[in-house]
Design a protein around this ligand. Structure first.
Ligand SMILES: Nc1ncnc2c1ncn2[C@@H]1O[C@H](COP(=O)(O)OP(=O)(O)OP(=O)(O)O)[C@@H](O)[C@H]1O
Length: 318
């Protein structure tokens, strides 16, 4: 494994029953030390499944998790009925993470203070409000300085001050060389700081590149506003996508064994992307062009792409 990678999933698949449907398949994901990675996707696509695999609290049905960083996880649902006080639970977790008792107690109290929950330190977990138990869930993950911090909707339920404190804690972890992977329903969460964004689509993980305007659906899920176009394209054997195409795409699928790559592109940029593909040296073959989320364009076969191809002038080549 490369030295600077905190963790890698290699060819990972997960399904919950023998011969059941694959929730995830063929996931290759390397997370570098110090990086901040966002995972997104519609409800039920497998984001939490992916985070549990990264955190090592669930095992892949196929493929491997490589690397053994000291890992902490904030689950989507915190088991608030555990028979502990807040500080008792955190001290216990500190010891599980390898801290001595005194250090665990000090760290527990400091993190509760930081999240504005110092006043609840002696309160039984079962008596805490939802927001206060979320503070304990977050403190639990931070108290042992993890090398890999995995956050599943960790901001949900926190008040504004605690959300800002968690943002600061994420920045501190990264500054110390730790990697942070997160899922959050708010598309603006850590927006300027995120190094990479991946979307779970189908049962695959697509790296999302380029811009796009995010909006929020009524159910709280995030969607890319504006129509998108799906382009299937086949390049010369082993060729990388032209960089201008990669940066314009909002989603890039893993190539099929035949070398066909599926791209999601904002409709407003699809003409430019098609032109870039067709004028690349050597050119990429456009297999299909079709409507993605909210797209106005009907699915078309490659033959109708000829009109785009015909309008491309070689002089435009960059
Ligand atoms: N322990 C489990 N046993 C059986 N099926 C499961 C289990 N955990 C998740 N699944 C199934 O796997 C699929 C993906 O679930 P997962 O919770 O990973 O999605 P998600 O993208 O995090 O969803 P959400 O956005 O709603 O939180 C769903 O169909 C879910 O029912």
């Amino acid at each position: 494994m490369e030295r600077d990678l905190a963790i890698r999933l290699a060819g990972v698949g997960r399904r919950y029953a023998l011969r059941g449907p694959w929730v995830l398949r063929g996931v290759d994901l390397g997370i570098g030390g110090g990086s901040l990675v966002r995972i997104e996707g519609a409800n039920g696509t497998g984001k939490s499944t992916l985070l549990r695999l990264l955190a090592g609290i669930d095992a892949p049905s196929e493929g491997r998790r490589e690397g053994r960083p000291r890992t902490a996880f904030v689950p989507e649902r915190f088991p608030a009925s555990l028979p502990f006080s807040a500080v008792g639970y955190l001290t216990h977790m500190g010891r599980v993470h390898g801290l001595a008792r005194g250090a665990a107690e000090r760290s527990a109290e400091q993190w509760l203070e930081r999240f504005g929950a110092g006043g609840y330190a002696r309160t039984p977990l079962a008596e805490l409000s939802k927001g206060s138990s979320q503070k304990v869930a977050v403190a639990q993950a931070l108290l042992a300085d993890p090398e890999l911090l995995v956050l599943d909707e960790a901001w949900t339920g926190l008040d504004a001050a605690a959300r800002a404190e968690l943002d600061r804690a994420v920045a501190e972890r990264r500054a110390a060389g730790g990697a942070v992977v997160f899922v959050d329903h708010d598309p603006r969460r850590l927006l300027g700081a995120t190094d990479e964004t991946y979307a779970v689509v189908g049962n695959a993980l697509n790296r999302r590149m380029g811009g796009g305007t995010w909006s929020q659906e009524e159910d709280g899920s995030a969607v890319l506003a504006g129509p998108t176009v799906v382009i299937e394209t086949q390049g010369p054997l082993g060729a990388e996508l032209p960089p201008s195409v990669a940066s314009a795409a909002t989603g890039i699928g893993e190539p099929t064994p035949e070398g066909v790559t599926r791209l999601s592109v904002p409709e407003s940029r699809s003409d430019v992307v098609l032109k870039e593909l067709l004028t690349a040296l050597p050119p990429w073959h456009v297999v299909t062009v079709g409507g993605g989320a909210g797209a106005n364009v009907p699915s078309t076969s490659a033959s109708s792409v000829a009109s785009v191809s015909a309008s491309v002038e070689v002089g435009d080549r960059r």
